[in-house]
Design a protein around this ligand. Structure first.
Ligand code: SF4
Ligand code: SF4
Length: 147
């Protein structure tokens, strides 16, 4: 008997249900970190400073369903936006599938373990601080593994 392929291997991103789309997020929280763009080169640097709405203990957004109210420039990912989101982490499932790559073995949809993102060092959990007005982002630029 042939095994049924999972939805992320058979469906295009725009064909996915809302539940399937949301399940692609591995919760790494890298997209919730402040980033700095070099005005001359366009190069994007990551920092270890998270959006004030991110609970840095759980690495979850405190108001995910209403996030645009709390953070107007929070980008709600859609298929049409992926083309212009080159700053998304290389490990992000949305970026991987958009680039017709496969998910990594540590992705919870494959591992079946929600903790595998943290265990594999992909999650930023435990390594970030929350933003506030006193933070100079230039002093918090970091190189995350796999980026
Ligand atoms: S970078 Fe991608 S996988 Fe990670 S939290 Fe953001 S949307 Fe989810
Ligand atoms: S509002 Fe929530 S989802 Fe948006 S960047 Fe902030 S923590 Fe992340």
């Amino acid at each position: 008997m042939t095994e049924k392929k999972p939805f992320w291997e058979t469906k295009k991103l725009f064909e996915m249900t809302n539940g399937e789309w949301e399940s692609l997020c591995d919760g790494c929280a890298k997209c919730c970190l402040n980033k700095l763009e070099d005005a001359d080169t366009g190069y994007i640097s990551y920092t270890n400073v998270a959006c004030h709405q991110l609970d840095i203990e759980s690495c979850k957004c405190r108001n995910y369903s209403d996030r645009e109210t709390y953070v107007p420039d929070c980008i709600k990912l859609t298929v049409s936006k992926l083309e212009s989101l080159s700053w998304l982490p290389r490990t992000c499932a949305y970026r991987l599938l958009y680039e017709q790559k496969t998910l990594y073995p540590w992705h919870p949809l494959i591992s079946g373990d929600k903790e595998s993102v943290e265990k594999s060092g992909i999650s930023v959990k435990g390594r970030i601080i929350s933003e506030n007005n006193n933070i100079d982002l230039e002093e918090h630029i970091v190189d995350w593994p796999n980026e």
